[in-house]
Design a binder for this molecule. Sequence first.
Ligand code: URA
Length: 219
Amino acid sequence: MAGTKSPEDAYTAAPFVPEGADLGALREAAAGCHGCPLHRGTTQTVFGAGDPDARVVLVGEQPGDQEDRQGKPFVGPAGKVLDRALDEAGIDPDETYITNAVKHFKFTHVPERGKRRIHKPPSLRELSACGPWLEAELELIEPEVVVALGATAGKALLGSSFRVTKERGTRLEGDPSGPARGALIVPTIHPSAVLRADDREAVYEGLVADLRVAAEALG
Ligand code: URA
């Protein structure tokens, strides 16, 4: 019914984010986040990791199966593609901080795939519920460049009208009231798109070209 509030409207991580916390304290607090239902059925919260003084922060969509089990972002197949592409673009993966727009693994089961957990994209409400964690991470790190890996990260950083096909490989200014304020945002495809592509080499080269835009912005 028009005007009726759904329970999803109340989803937000905000009450779980401690004020004045450093990254370590944020990570500890995020472990107990129940700001939306995505924590149910997962192994753990997967918080960001990497160099707290990084000049570049990479933002993905959400942890996958491997990340959920290991508690670290981008440790599965997409992470391997990303590390190789970063290196080729001239960005040292060890000098980056990497995180996700959503900190829990959202999945479903399909009968023909047995017990396997199948990735399901987060809804816009789940994305915005998790926003306070990303905002707090970016506020502490103050990167010069934020790389949005795929459409979900782009929407988290630039709003729901963001389209990765249109804006990838460009330098965009973060909205002054958005989570990446003060930083340049360079959107690109999600590295898992390389793994799904028929022409993996061409899609991978496109990812590297976009990451070079971020490398050039760093100077
Ligand atoms: N895909 C993501 O967006 N993030 C991860 O951490 C892993 C895969």
